[in-house]
Design a binder for this molecule. Structure first.
Ligand code: PLP
Length: 401
């Protein structure tokens, strides 16, 4: 196996929301746990104690960045598992009461939230569990009054992401918490901070939430490592059963390297937030403004002042997103159009639909996401490649490879 970059033109990587390049310091922090410090932290010998010390140190670091107590951090296999635990865990815990059975989510949640909620509805006997989706405005921002109408004494879980993965819109999670405490006293509040953690102070913005999901690979950490903060007193039944690790909240032999990588990535992102946010925001603004000027018929649907610094999302009239991505890929520009399913095929965007974007316009969606490694040269290259590719498609040129 080669560790060389993919063949072809030099890469212009503008898909950081999909995954971010691994930070060298994270790789360095993880390396010992693939070597001499390999032990299982649940063991009873000195090697196990060493691994356990590293795991607990990582837990303290994660807790400190996320504004939690170390005992509230549950390590998971990533954002998807953390989200599944956040939805299914409280529902299972509430099953005995039979009074709180409703899940309320924003209509623009990631599939890692919506799919377990839908699965719980399907599996429940005689429609005992219900799912309601709260509306968003044309920018993808939650309509808090609309959410409030869906809340009641039977609400078990409310899930609203801190920032959206497709368009980058930051949600008013503080207002969500207030509304839930007022209208749904038995409900737990979850926020999916998987995209937000690279840019925002999760400790402050999600302080009132009972459950908070993060994922290492969106921050320059390893894939397959994440955590769910479960605030003290929040009832969550495990969804993975076995040896009782993580205080019986998540069984399975610990991935010590993954936990150490998550801690290092969260720490690095937090320490450079004040400088990286404005730097990347300026690059993103130049990219967005340049594309809006150079590509007739391109429109930005989410108000830029309310989105994450790295997100540039455009709908480009008269083109098909799949064809545009092929042309960009040929030029070495790695972009995306929204959420890709496991096969890489594009799914229709429920996010754009909820924002009121028609299917025709949504077919021309382009998501360029910038991050820690993005430079002026990347923006220059995208500004030269994207308008040419759109013009070629509009002139009827085949995407042919
Ligand atoms: N939630 C959001 C908002 C995401 O963007 C993603 C990944 O794209 C996930 C959850 C899933 O995280 P993971 O890839 O770590 O399973």
């Amino acid at each position: 196996m080669s560790d060389a970059a993919p063949a072809g033109p030099p890469l212009t990587y503008l898909d950081h929301a999909s995954t971010a390049p691994l930070r060298p310091e994270v790789l360095e922090a993880m390396a010992p746990f693939f070597g001499a410090r390999f032990a299982n932290p649940s063991g009873a010998h000195r090697a196990a104690r060493d691994a356990r010390a590293a795991l607990e140190e990582a837990r303290e670091q994660v807790a400190s960045v996320l504004g939690a107590h170390p005992s509230e951090v549950v390590f998971t296999s990533g954002g998807t598992e953390a989200d599944n635990l956040a939805i299914l865990g409280p529902l299972a815990a509430a099953a005995d009461d039979r009074t709180t059975t409703a899940v309320v989510c924003s209509a623009v949640e990631h599939a890692a939230v919506l799919a377990p909620a839908r699965a719980a509805v399907c599996r429940s006997a005689r429609g005992a569990v219900s799912l309601e989706l709260a509306p968003v405005d044309g920018s993808g921002a939650l309509d808090v009054a609309g959410l409030e109408e869906l809340l009641g004494a039977d609400t078990a879980v409310v899930s609203v992401m801190l920032a959206n993965n497709e368009v980058g819109t930051v949600q008013p999670v503080g207002a969500v918490v207030e509304a839930v405490r007022r209208r749904a006293p038995h409900a737990v509040v979850h926020t999916d901070a998987v995209q937000a953690a690279a840019w925002l102070d999760v400790a402050e913005l999600a302080a009132g939430c009972d459950l908070v999901s993060v994922s290492a690979h969106k921050l320059g950490g390893p894939k397959g490592a994440g955590a769910l903060v479960v605030r003290g007193g929040t009832r969550v039944e495990p969804i993975i059963h076995g040896g009782g690790q993580e205080q019986d909240r998540r069984s399975g032999t610990h991935d010590v390297a993954g936990a150490v990588g998550l801690a290092a990535a969260l720490g690095a992102a937090a320490s450079e937030r004040a400088t990286e946010g404005p730097r990347v925001r300026a690059l993103r603004d130049r990219l967005c403004d340049g594309l809006l000027a150079a590509v007739p018929g391109a429109a930005e649907r989410a108000a830029r002042c309310g989105v994450l610094p790295g997100h540039c999302h455009l709908c480009i009239g008269g083109i098909e997103r799949e064809e545009l991505l092929v042309l960009l890929d040929d030029e070495g520009v790695c972009a995306s159009a929204g959420s890709a399913c496991a096969s890489g095929a594009l799914e229709p965007s429920h996010v754009l639909a909820a924002m009121g974007v028609g299917p025709c316009e949504a077919r021309g969606a382009l998501r360029l996401t910038l991050g820690r490694t993005t430079t002026d040269a990347d923006v220059d290259r995208a500004l030269s490649v994207v308008p040419r590719a759109v013009a070629r498609l509009r002139a009827g040129g085949p995407p042919g490879r």
